[in-house]
Design a binder for this molecule. Structure first.
Ligand code: DGT
Ligand code: MG
Length: 580
């Protein structure tokens, strides 16, 4: 609740709008309060002088007041709603920018659906707090103060009598408000459940169909949806009862006013006009009473949502620039691992233990090892996707933690084991790391990655759209797009994590022989399960359970008769069998 204060800096930027918006509200309310007084005067004057002229004068006055009031109502909405949209815009940008900064580990702890909900639903609730909530509470406050002031001026006793139902109204607002708030939360929770279900079903559409689970999924969805409607019904029953109840309570006040006020008029204590004015003011109070409950609701929801957004914004990115930094603009690409040990979780099982490695700039080192040996983990430490311990990973002899993150990551082009393509064109996907690249550079990179046939075959070549996550491409095509993306980036360090595993051996060999020249100019770390891929490397390192089990060139390792030699023999055998 008190975190609402943290919104103040956002309002400060739009101070001018806020002040003129509130002024517009004050003026429109003031003009609105003038109407009952004018009507009252009109009645009194008309009783004494029932001429056409009086009628026209007062009618004209009322129309004038209403017109000017209309202008201010227009202005208040324009100013305050725009302000709330601007604050929403700022918050949304900040939220997204922050999400971009948060490391891998954050996304392993949080769900996509939840983070999306915070950036949409919750943000919407905060906007309601910044705009409508302010607008309606100011309106309510000004109207109630003004109306009560005039009512007491007309006749204090009558005003007190009119308000005798007020405590009842307060109780009703509290009881109904709490109930409605709780029911609304339940509706929102159910909505989240539906969204999550839809999102998963869309993303996992292939699996659902492959296992013929459409019926089951439909049933499940129908159940969720039915529950959603049911919860909404409960909410509607309470909100529907709330408004007539308030009107009824205020109506009781009217009855009392009519009875006692009629007597006052008969005895000449107040005029007919004053009586009319009084009842007008009383009816003006109904709306603020309804609005109070509503505003309380908006504030509660808005502050809860703000808390959820701030929770993400407060998460400090664990991986960030930590001065003192050294300039990393001219990284050559020598890589050193010095007694590197690493665990994914604090006090967790080490995934890498005491690894030493020296790679001169321009050399190619291959890493092989059983699944789960720690190969991908090792590669992720170099561009600091996960943070290595101090003084264990060096580039050009400098601890990677001393480089500005952007410099370090510009110097490293990585093809991760799992490719991810965006739902744009082939070309845009390849150009991710260098959007300014020319057409011919794009084509060269695509060719080098073995996409020549695809460029010819696809109707729009590089401008062909790939579906969400590249769903319209085959596994091997996706991998080659990811490879082209890394090649185009033209960085001194190239990390290839099993990046052609979905391509057949023959094609892979062709692609690799194309890349030989490119490899000579860069430092390459190459992970693969295939001996044919790694045998040309300057050095082959065999990882086993996070430790270096063997290292050397292909011929040496084959002679050593260890894990590598075993793998080599098995793959040779497979090839022979396949050839038969
Ligand atoms: P692969 O790709 O199947 O041939 O296996 P590697 O050698 O690439 O294995 P790697 O480095 O992905 O995994 C080594 C261990 O680390 C394994 O027990 C799973 C664990 N691990 C990998 N990535 C993460 C991660 O992002 N978070 C956590 N907590 N553990 C991870
Ligand atoms: Mg891996």
């Amino acid at each position: 609740m008190n975190r609402v204060r943290e919104l103040i800096p956002y309002f400060r930027r739009y101070r001018g709008r806020l002040i003129s918006g509130l002024t517009s509200i004050l003026l429109s309310v003031a003009l609105g309060l003038l109407t009952p007084i004018v009507v009252g005067r009109a009645v009194d004057t008309f009783v004494e002088d029932p001429s056409r002229r009086t009628l026209l004068t007062y009618a004209g006055l009322l129309v004038g007041i209403t017109l000017v009031q209309g202008i201010f109502i227009f202005l208040q909405r324009l100013l305050l709603v725009t302000m709330s949209r601007n604050i929403e815009f700022d918050l949304r940008n900040e939220y997204f920018a922050h999400l971009e900064k948060l490391p891998l580990s954050f996304y392993q702890r949080n769900y996509t659906g939840d983070l999306m909900a915070r950036g949409t639903n919750d943000l919407q609730a905060v906007r309601m707090l910044c705009g409508p909530a302010i607008m309606y509470s100011a309106n309510t406050l000004f109207t109630a103060t003004g109306a009560l002031f005039f009512m007491f001026r007309i006749h204090a006793g009558l005003a007190l009598l009119a308000l005798f139902t007020l405590p009842l109204v307060a109780v009703a607002t509290k009881v109904f408000g709490q109930r409605i708030h709780r029911l609304f939360q339940k509706v929102q929770e159910q909505f989240s459940a539906i969204s999550t279900n839809v999102q998963e079903n869309l993303a996992g559409g292939r699996v659902v169909r492959a296992y013929a689970q459409e019926e089951a999924e439909l049933l499940r969805f129908e159940k969720l949806n039915t529950e959603y409607v049911e919860r909404n019904r409960r909410l509607i029953r309470w909100t529907a009862a709330f408004h007539p109840l308030l009107h009824g309570l205020v109506g009781l006040g009217f009855v009392a006013v009519l009875w006692y006020g009629g007597g006052l008029v008969a005895r000449g204590v107040i005029t007919v006009g004053q009586f009319v004015t009084f009842t007008f003011f009383l009816s003006r109070l109904v709306w603020p009473m309804i609005a109070i409950g509503w505003v309380i609701n908006l504030v509660q929801r808005g502050s809860a949502s703000l808390g959820r957004i701030l929770e993400v914004l407060d998460t400090v990115p664990e991986i960030r620039d930590e001065p003192p930094l050294v300039d990393g603009e001219h990284i050559r690409g020598a890589i050193t691992l010095d007694n590197l040990s690493f665990a994914w979780e604090v006090d967790g099982q080490p995934v890498l233990s005491q690894i030493d490695l020296e790679v001169e700039a321009g050399k190619t080192v291959a890493i092989v090892g059983r699944t789960g040996a720690g190969k991908s983990t090792l590669l992720s430490l170099i561009p600091r996707l996960a943070d290595p311990p101090e003084a264990s990973v060096f580039v050009d002899g400098i601890d990677v933690r001393r480089f500005p993150l952007t410099d370090l990551r510009s110097a490293v082009a990585a093809v991760p084991q799992e490719t991810f393509l965006f739902s744009s064109t082939l070309g845009e996907n390849i150009a991710l790391g260098r959007p300014e690249a020319s057409r011919s550079e794009l084509e060269a990179a695509a060719l080098a990655a073995g996409l020549g046939e695809e460029m010819e075959g696809f109707s729009n070549g590089l401008d062909t759209l790939v579906g969400e996550r590249g769903i319209t491409l085959s596994g091997g095509q996706k991998q080659r797009v990811a490879l082209a993306r890394a090649l185009l980036k033209d960085s001194p360090v190239l990390l290839l994590d099993d990046c052609l595993s979905a391509v057949d051996t023959h094609t892979e060999e062709q692609i690799l022989s194309n890349l030989r020249e490119i490899f000579e100019e860069r430092t390459v770390l190459l992970v693969s399960h295939r001996i044919s891929t790694v045998k040309e490397a300057d050095l082959i390192m065999v990882l086993d359970e996070g430790r270096v089990a063997e290292r050397g060139r292909h011929d040496d390792l084959v002679r050593e008769d260890g894990i590598y030699a075993d793998l080599h023999h098995r793959q040779l055998l497979e090839e022979e069998l396949a050839a038969v």
